[in-house]
Ligand binder design. Structure first.
Ligand code: ARG
Length: 266
């Protein structure tokens, strides 16, 4: 009699433990039997991630979907904004983030990154008639950046932290708007973004300035909570889609040219 009671209690405890673990998971298994992962992003960074009506689209979105398909996961994207990405991943409320996030040592202390999937560098967006020719010319000028990006970091280094000539915005579109309305002389952001913006908005009469001496090469990676099991699955999937041509096809669709695959393999 006593033994049976003990067994029932143990089973109840086991059931509680199982259900508690289940509810703390960010991901769940959906109808197809595949695990659904919660992806967070800042969809104001075309052509990498942006809103098309109520849909989140872009190179990063297609890239991540292809990698997830390869790894056997379903994805649910959510546009939470830039700063919240790091809060959501840090607290493990989201499983992963894709948002043109540059891999760097500071972030690596707190988060895990996938293998690199895109080469990027900061460039300077200015009006066509601007006299700014390189990063050094930004001294004494007003520069708009997205808050807490590598663009801001580069400007902090060049112009000094807390310099009031560095105007920081929650998203990069607001930084560009500030320049268009005359509140800033330049925007510093990832080359892919400023180049596409200048090209797609010829009426704004803008140009993009490269300064490889001042801005370092950066690689984008998928951001994960530290210690995640997902990293191994996604790294394997990235290698696979680079090898089998899927990555190249997606790249070609978004950028109209072939990617430098060798640089990803290096
Ligand atoms: N690559 C830069 C960084 O990691 C900027 C990324 C901004 N991404 C975005 N979706 N707004 O800091």
């Amino acid at each position: 009699m006593k033994k049976r009671f003990f067994v029932i209690i143990m089973m109840a405890i086991a059931a509680l433990v199982v259900s508690a673990c289940g509810s703390s998971e960010t991901s769940e298994t959906n109808g197809s039997g595949k695990k659904e992962l919660r992806v967070v992003t800042d969809a104001a960074y075309a052509p990498f991630e942006y809103m098309d009506g109520d849909k989140i689209v872009g190179f990063d979105v297609d890239f991540l979907k292809a990698a997830a398909k390869e790894a056997g996961y379903e994805l649910k994207f959510e546009n939470v904004g830039w700063d919240p990405i790091f809060v959501e991943i840090g607290s493990k409320r989201a499983d992963l983030a894709v948002s043109s996030i540059s891999i760097n040592d500071e972030r690596k202390q707190t988060y895990d990154f996938s293998l690199p999937y895109f080469l990027s560098t900061n460039k300077i967006l200015v009006r066509e008639d601007s006299t700014i020719k390189n990063a050094a010319d930004l001294k004494g000028k007003v520069v708009a950046v997205q808050n807490a990006t590598t663009g801001q970091e580069a400007m902090d280094k060049l112009l000094g932290k807390n310099n009031e000539n560095i105007k920081k915005f929650d998203n990069n579109n607001l930084a560009i708007m500030e320049m268009l309305s005359g509140g800033a002389d330049a925007v510093v952001a990832d080359n892919g973004v400023v180049e596409v913006y200048a090209k797609n908005n010829p009426d704004e009469k803008l140009k993009v300035i490269e300064d490889n001496g001042s801005f370092e090469a950066e690689y984008y990676g998928i951001l994960f909570p530290k210690g995640t099991d997902l990293k191994a699955d996604f790294d394997k999937a990235i290698k696979k889609i680079v090898e089998n041509g899927t990555y190249e096809k997606i790249y070609q669709e978004w950028f109209g040219q072939k990617p430098n695959i060798e640089m990803l393999k290096a």
